[in-house]
Design a protein around this ligand. Structure first.
Ligand code: AP5
Length: 242
């Protein structure tokens, strides 16, 4: 696809309906780039970026009861049970900053979560999904080198996107760390869980008219982000037909 260089205000106009706020779902396996692209996308579209993984890591950091329960599953590479995820996410969606829509990163992860989201939104929001396709060999290399900022959560990569100063975030100066669940043995379990539990969502959204767009997530970060921006105008049909 050729490059369609739209400005931020044009993108917002295309992807925003006052009647039906957009809920943009970023689908894809661990390491596909969901978090990497969600941050600039959130700025471009002026919509909050909500990552259920980040919400759980914040709960773990504060040693809350939810955090302790979630840690048990996350440390094994399993999914956190749907009821815990749904309570946490739906509580977050009540916040005023979600009134115009939001970007969901890492949710839904199961068909039950997708159906619960449909019910929760009561057809008052337009769900759209971008599916990042990346082969396993690339995912494993990406996760093996990932570093994350403890404070602002920005992702870096030891080889592909190194910080200018070792172990420090270039955005906020926070300390970079390696996630516990990025160990090789846990990553293979996460990929297996993705295939079993989350991949069926691709068919779920593909069966709905104009809801799903595929993005080739293999290329350089800048190229993939441009492909993401190029995919957005094609959602305009779904949004304007409401
Ligand atoms: P979560 O935090 O959501 O992890 P994930 O889905 O496994 O996704 P990742 O964060 O690993 O990957 P990403 O696609 O965001 O990749 P990134 O952009 O960082 O979930 C963690 C756990 O929480 C789950 O296992 C589960 O237990 C639980 N959980 C969360 N949500 C849940 C839910 N809804 N239901 C149940 N349980 C839930 O990129 C990866 C690396 O690659 C980075 O280093 C980045 O710099 C680099 N990179 C990115 N793009 C490129 C590129 N184009 N070229 C080169 N390098 C790149």
């Amino acid at each position: 696809m050729g490059s369609i260089l739209l400005g931020a205000s044009e993108l917002r106009a295309l992807t925003r309906s006052p009647e039906k706020p957009m809920v943009l779902i970023l689908l894809g396996p661990p390491g596909a780039g969901k978090g990497t692209h969600a941050t600039p996308l959130s700025l471009s579209l002026d919509l909050p970026h909500i990552s259920t993984g980040d919400l759980f890591r914040a709960q773990i950091q504060s040693n809350s009861s939810l955090g302790q329960k979630a840690k048990f599953y996350i440390d094994q590479g399993s999914l956190v049970p749907d009821d815990l995820v749904l309570d946490m996410l739906f509580d977050r969606l009540k916040a005023q900053d979600c009134a115009q829509g939001c970007i969901l990163d890492g949710f839904p992860r199961t068909l039950a979560q997708a159906k619960a989201l449909d019910l929760r939104l009561e057809n008052k929001s337009q769900i759209l999904a971008l599916n990042f396709h990346v082969p396993d060999s690339i995912l494993i290399d990406r996760i093996a080198g990932r570093l994350v900022c403890r404070d602002c959560k920005k992702s870096y990569h030891k080889l592909f996107d190194p910080p200018a100063t070792a172990d420090l975030c270039g955005e906020c100066g926070g300390r970079l760390y390696t996630r516990d669940d990025d160990q090789a043995s846990i990553v293979s379990k996460r990929l297996e869980v993705y295939r079993e539990e989350t991949m069926p969502l691709i068919d779920y959204y593909a069966a709905q008219n104009d809801v799903l767009k595929e993005v080739d997530g293999q290329g350089a970060k800048e190229q993939v982000f441009q492909d993401v921006l190029n995919a957005l105008p094609s959602f305009a049909k779904a949004i304007s037909s409401q």
